[in-house]
Design a protein around this ligand. Structure first.
Ligand SMILES: Cc1ncc(COP(=O)(O)O)c(C=O)c1O
Length: 420
């Protein structure tokens, strides 16, 4: 059952009304639901049930220390994309032997730090990177386990910025070169070849895309084995699409429909899991969004209502610096009122106060008539929300609060102007 819903007219997360959180901590405010995050981890684990696998949470999706601690406590590993993420993950209890390091551009100091900490593996993306890791590992007398990220040339759909496995993208090595690259890697003194990795994109909602990727990997693995490269590990990446449209249902909310029907994580991945099962490898996955997106909400307050000949604007105290996904990817976040007042619907632009026309949360959105002072909840904002926030326009970053049943705790306090 969802942790979000209306009781009488008020919108609640678990047993806490959003208006109480706004009164206690101010707005804009990120609010997380522990129950939702734990439930989503379990759903992912169920989707891979029956396939021996390791789950590495993609820290880039949300690196709040308390949330990392929560996720580490569930026994997951961490996939990091920088020294900072690795440091943070280790601080919050992820054991180094359950950390992997991905990313197309790792600095020497980042590689050395990861070697010193004894992480499980590097997901590498070029021959030069493999050679650098080999040299650095030799310097500190360590061995580095690598998985080669392959570019499968698969169109993951969705926004171009989150599609990562097309031939022209910067990520991975062309799959046709994997044998040559891994043979070379295996010849290096301080490298252990684990296998291959792919991450084809983010917010993928079509099972066929994952199946195609799994089949391409299966073909690659047999080709590599036939060519004398033993493959023990396959890292299938993340990218599991989640429901953004119509996440909260209520008869007093306008109905929202996505272009395609929403599938559960299990439905999305089941055919791919069948293919991966046949590989005889240890499979790992790197979900980010599907673990934390539904668990987070950005709570904002209407500062002004402005009506022009063309539009009604609801100007919020939250802005693109707090949540950039609509501006960056034209992403959709359902927006629901924190109090249902029985007012009719109208069509509005929901915008922030920043000096850019790109500073919007929604264009032409149906929502109940709202007034100055009313609170709104932007749903499914737990992934790529706070982590992509900035202090643009010298706006301090919002606070973050974790709700657990009837209790709520500040897990990162609001930045002050003096800290800018
Ligand atoms: C290498 C890698 N793994 C995993 C992820 C997580 O993707 P998602 O949040 O869509 O699950 C990303 C996201 O960019 C990534 O680059």
């Amino acid at each position: 059952m969802s942790a979000y819903g209306y009781r009488e007219r008020k919108f609640f997360v678990e047993d806490v009304p959003f208006d109480a959180l706004a009164a206690a901590y101010g707005t804009p405010l990120y609010v997380y639901s522990k129950k939702t995050i734990l439930g989503d981890i379990r759903r992912i684990e169920q989707a891979f049930h029956g396939l021996p696998h390791l789950t590495y949470y993609a820290v880039k999706a949300n690196a709040n220390p308390a949330l990392l601690r929560l996720i580490a406590g569930e026994g997951l590993g961490a996939d990091v994309g920088s020294r900072g993420e690795l440091w943070r993950a280790l601080q919050e209890g992820f054991p180094p032997e359950r950390c992997t390091f991905s990313g197309v551009g790792k600095r020497d100091d980042e590689i050395l730090y990861a070697l010193e900490q004894g992480i499980l593996a590097f997901n590498v993306e070029s021959t030069q990177e493999i050679e650098v890791i080999n040299e650095l590992a030799a310097q500190v007398n360590k061995r580095a386990r690598i998985l080669l990220r392959v570019n499968l040339d698969i169109d993951a759909g969705g926004h171009a910025y989150v599609s990562t496995s097309l031939r022209h993208n910067k990520f991975g090595m062309p799959h046709a070169r994997a044998l040559e690259v891994l043979r070379h890697a295996a010849s290096l003194s301080n490298i252990d070849v684990g296998g291959v990795h792919s991450h084809i994109g983010s917010q993928i909602t079509k099972p066929a895309v994952f199946t195609k990727a799994a089949e391409a990997i299966a073909a690659l693995v047999s080709g590599l084995r036939a060519g004398g490269v033993p493959v023990h590990d396959v890292d299938f990446g993340g990218g599991f699409g989640i429901q953004y449209h119509g996440f909260v249902h209520h008869r007093s909310l306008p109905a929202e429909h996505a272009e395609e029907a929403h599938l559960s994580t299990a439905e999305l991945l089941q055919p791919a899991v069948e293919v991966l099962r046949s590989l005889g490898c240890t499979v790992s996955i790197q979900p980010g969004r599907s673990i934390v997106a539904h668990g987070g909400v950005l709570l904002t307050r209407v500062l002004y209502r402005k009506e022009t000949a063309e539009k009604i604007f609801l100007i919020q105290d939250g802005a693109m610096n707090d949540l950039i996904r609509p501006a960056l990817y034209h992403a959709h976040h359902q927006i629901v009122p924190v109090e249902l007042v029985g007012a009719p619907f109208e069509t509005v632009d929901v915008v922030g106060p920043v000096c850019e026309s790109g500073d919007f949360f929604a264009h032409d959105r149906r929502i109940q008539v709202m007034q100055r002072g009313d609170l709104m909840a932007l749903m499914c904002a737990g992934a790529y929300g706070y982590v992509q926030s900035s202090t643009y326009n010298a706006r301090p970053r919002p606070a973050e609060v974790l709700v657990d049943g009837g209790t709520h705790t500040v897990i990162r306090r609001r930045q002050t102007v003096e800290e800018l």
